[in-house]
Design a protein around this ligand. Structure first.
Ligand SMILES: O=C(O)Cc1cc(O)ccc1O
Ligand SMILES: [Fe+2]
Length: 453
């Protein structure tokens, strides 16, 4: 299980453009060092660590979790986290909310949003987090919040960690560089990054601005779904998940540490960078994944399979098969099913469905309403399905093999109903007439007409 990686020697420098190095595999026990010999051999806690480093363990699971879900890493760092600390004060509540949060006063029904606007004033990744929905309860470690982020500047001497949740980030516009305690992760639209709870990072913009989606997972760590009879290959393959090699900065400069804890943001002054981990080993670490490497499996003769067939990652709950969150992908694929209504069927789902679009057109909807950067929310047990144009097209077109191309939509699907934040309901991006698309579906019933079975 252990992957030995080539380590870049030396330190990371902000904006230096050094190529990020990665190790491959999902949930592996990795080991990596940015200075030769920085990792203690054969033990975790020697009396003195190499190079005068401090040893620190981060436990992502209870110590006693079964081996399959037991997560921890050992970090060898210039200062332990207690030294990257000060007197924290609560930051003003911005637009980042946690569950339970009061729901907007909206009638029940399908909801859809235009893209959130990218502000003209300087806005960092953390400042630009706008919560759209929340569900579950952050302090019960179950449920999630779905956010959009908008950013126009890099975080400068600002560091952050989320004690409440693991963060799954789905960029829609703009490349980002996550400088983390564990190393550097660079991502672009089409890729995702997952930062587990408690891991410190700062976010730099590579271009002028950025926008995307975040699933803040309060519950069980995201993991690969079982493949069952699909076998050992396809869907998201473990080797395509990439974890960074160790990279550190030894930098004594004034900065700010921000922590999200108990549903609030806290900040304190720092005198040195906390990204000071020279070497680490373990299986609790951030990772990235290129969604275009996802190998979809689907119906090859007739019918439309349940979208769970496109699950990339799942956050399990205590109830088998009942996910806290499923992260589901709708990407390029061939539609070949014969005598089949090929788009998603009309649907009422006990799970709630938050959808985003990175690029292209989503096949249940006519082009234009659900656009990249937009959102739809089909909440628990609320009906939804193709609009009238999509229905007519799919019911009448010739069923040749057809490729859905250059499309990337996704769903954060949760067992919990999602509460829309007052911000999302009132900021002007909610499409007021979306809820009525069903009324346009004509009656086709004719007792004298019978389609062949
Ligand atoms: O609502 C949606 O568009 C998501 C979805 C996709 C699909 O292929 C089947 C069911 C479903 O809910
Ligand atoms: Fe659905």
């Amino acid at each position: 299980m252990t992957a030995q990686a080539p380590s870049p020697l030396g330190q990371i420098a902000s904006g230096s453009g050094i190529t990020a190095g990665y190790m491959s595999g999902f949930g592996n026990g990795f080991e990596t060092e940015a200075l030769p010999g920085a990792l203690p051999v054969g033990r975790n806690s020697p009396q003195k660590c190499p190079y005068g480093l401090y040893a620190e363990q981060i436990s992502g699971s209870p110590f006693t979790a079964p081996r399959t879900t037991n997560e921890r890493s050992w970090l060898y760092r210039i200062r332990p986290t207690v030294a990257h600390w000060g007197r924290f004060t609560r930051m003003a509540p911005g637009l980042w909310c946690s569950a339970p949060h009061p729901a907007a006063d909206l009638p029940i029904g399908p909801l859809r949003w235009d893209p959130q606007e990218i502000p003209s004033e300087p806005t960092s990744f953390i400042e630009g987090i706008r919560t759209i929905t929340t569900c579950g309860d952050v302090s019960a470690q179950s449920g999630m919040a779905a956010h959009v982020y908008v950013a126009t500047r890099s975080m400068q001497d600002q560091y952050f960690y989320n004690a409440d949740a693991e963060m799954l980030i789905v960029p829609e516009q703009g490349r980002l560089r996550f400088r983390t305690e564990f190393g550097v992760i660079a991502i672009e639209p089409g890729e995702i990054v997952v930062i587990p709870r408690g891991i410190k990072f700062t976010v730099e913009l590579v271009e002028g601005s950025a926008r995307g989606y975040i699933c803040e997972n309060y519950g069980g760590a995201l993991t690969l779904p079982e493949r069952g009879p699909i076998g050992a290959n396809c869907l998201a393959n473990p080797r395509d998940f990439l974890t960074p090699v160790a990279a550190y900065e030894d930098r004594d400069a004034a900065g700010t540490m921000m922590v999200k804890w108990g549903g609030h943001l806290w900040a304190c002054d720092l005198a040195h960078s906390p990204l000071d981990v020279v070497a680490w080993h373990g299986n609790y670490a951030p990772y990235k994944y290129d969604l275009r490497r996802y190998a979809p499996v689907g119906p090859i003769l007739f019918d439309h399979a349940d979208p769970s067939i496109f699950t990339v990652l799942t956050s399990p709950s205590e109830t088998p098969g009942t996910a806290n969150i499923d992260f589901v992908l709708f990407s390029d694929r061939w539609l070949v099913a014969e005598n089949t209504f090929r788009p998603p069927w009309y649907h009422i789902n006990v799970m709630s469905e938050f959808m985003g679009l990175v690029y292209g057109v989503y096949d249940a909807k006519t082009e234009g309403g659900f656009v990249p950067g937009g959102i739809s929310l089909h909440n628990s047990m609320l009906p939804h399905g193709p609009d009238v144009d999509a229905f007519e097209k799919a019911s009448n077109s010739e069923l040749k093999p057809h490729k859905l191309e250059n499309t990337l939509a996704f769903m954060f699907e949760s067992r919990f109903p999602q509460a829309v934040t007052p911000y999302a309901a009132e900021n002007g991006t909610l499409q007021r007439d979306y809820g009525h698309y069903g009324a346009k579906l004509a009656k086709h019933f004719d007792p004298g007409r019978r389609e062949p079975r």
